[in-house]
Design a protein around this ligand. Structure first.
Ligand code: NAP
Length: 290
């Protein structure tokens, strides 16, 4: 079994991005990070993004509106960032506190600054196999992990667990694209799927993104399959200082006995998501300069 080391792959991409940013003419790329409220996971995700941006030489602008901000005020803030020529990319940290409407905010971000890739136009471009847009960071990270760990999807049955707009649907579309490295035969499972295990057992490549701790057990995986675990779930663990530990959607101990390659949690897809955000921000800067 080969462990697909997301930290190591992410480190080499960060080094590549760093030298590309250093070679850019003119000002450095600028990423606006908008975080509403004090959700602890969001606080730590935004810190990580700020730190990685600094490491690469990308400027970040942190904007922290109060949790009481209205939908109209938040959309006005996005409009101002859209109009600001000094900002290349805009990310609004998800989840937004209620009653803010996340999808409306994502759609408000100008498509050419939508480095998270959630705008309707950018999602549509994946379906049209048009590379001029931004691919959502986690699906892009999954494809990069597969490519850099030597997994070609051509001729393979790819089973995706989950159909969210953020992960499941875009990753399924990417795997389906008629392109080198992709070209997979794709099945997508969701909560309405009759027999999930019958399908996962057929997968040459299994991508789990359902948000259910250790849902995928050893008997659900075909021997020799490649398993990518997108899930990040907190489960109680009294031995940890935090009182919890992070596990994926895959039962790693059991599935690593069956799979040929597998990503760990943490240290698999997570670090790639941040890298892809930086890659998209650099792309946004280049598009703005062109
Ligand atoms: P989500 O929006 O909650 O979507 C979950 C999907 O899984 C839905 O399509 C749902 O089906 C399906 N599902 C739930 N239970 C199922 C079951 N028992 N059998 C089959 N399908 C089931 O979640 P998400 O945003 O895609 O995130 C998924 C996981 O990835 C979470 O653990 C999240 O924390 C993690 N994540 C990680 C990263 C990263 O950087 N590593 C980034 C994003 C998300 P329905 O559509 O029918 O409801």
């Amino acid at each position: 079994m080969q462990l697909i080391d997301g930290n190591a792959i992410a480190a080499s991409i960060i080094a590549e991005l760093k030298s590309q940013v250093a070679a850019l003419p003119g000002r450095k790329p600028c990423l606006a990070l908008v975080r509403v409220g004090e959700d602890p996971a969001s606080v730590s995700y935004v810190k990580k993004k700020e730190k990685t941006a600094a490491e690469i030489g990308i400027e970040s602008r942190i904007i922290l509106p109060p949790v009481t901000i209205s939908q109209a005020e938040l959309e006005k803030l996005i409009d101002d960032l859209n109009a600001d020529p000094g900002v290349d990319g805009i990310l609004v940290q998800s989840p937004l506190p209620k009653p803010l409407e996340e999808l409306a905010v994502f759609r408000r971000i100008a498509a050419h600054k939508d480095v998270d890739g959630f705008h309707t136009l950018n999602l549509g471009k994946i379906a049209q196999e048009d590379d001029s847009g931004f691919v959502a960071c986690t699906p892009a990270g999954v494809m990069e992990l597969l490519a850099r760990s030597g997994t070609d999807l051509k001729g393979k049955h790819v089973v995706v667990l989950g159909r969210s707009l953020i992960v499941g649907k875009p990753v399924a579309l990417l795997a389906l694209q008629k392109k080198a490295g992709a070209n997979g035969t794709v099945t997508v499972c969701h909560s309405g799927t009759a027999d999930v295990a019958a399908l996962t057992r057929q997968a040459d490549v299994l991508i789990a993104a359902i948000g259910r701790a250790e849902f995928v057990k050893g008997h659900m995986v075909k021997p020799g399959a490649v398993v990518i675990d997108v899930g990040i779930n907190r489960v109680a663990d009294a031995s940890k200082k935090t009182g919890y530990k992070l596990v994926g959607d895959v039962d790693f101990a059991a599935v690593s006995q069956v799979a040929s390659k597998i990503t760990p949690v943490p240290g698999g897809v997570g670090p790639m998501t941040v890298c892809m955000l930086m890659q998209n921000t650099l792309k946004a800067r280049r598009l703005a300069a062109a």
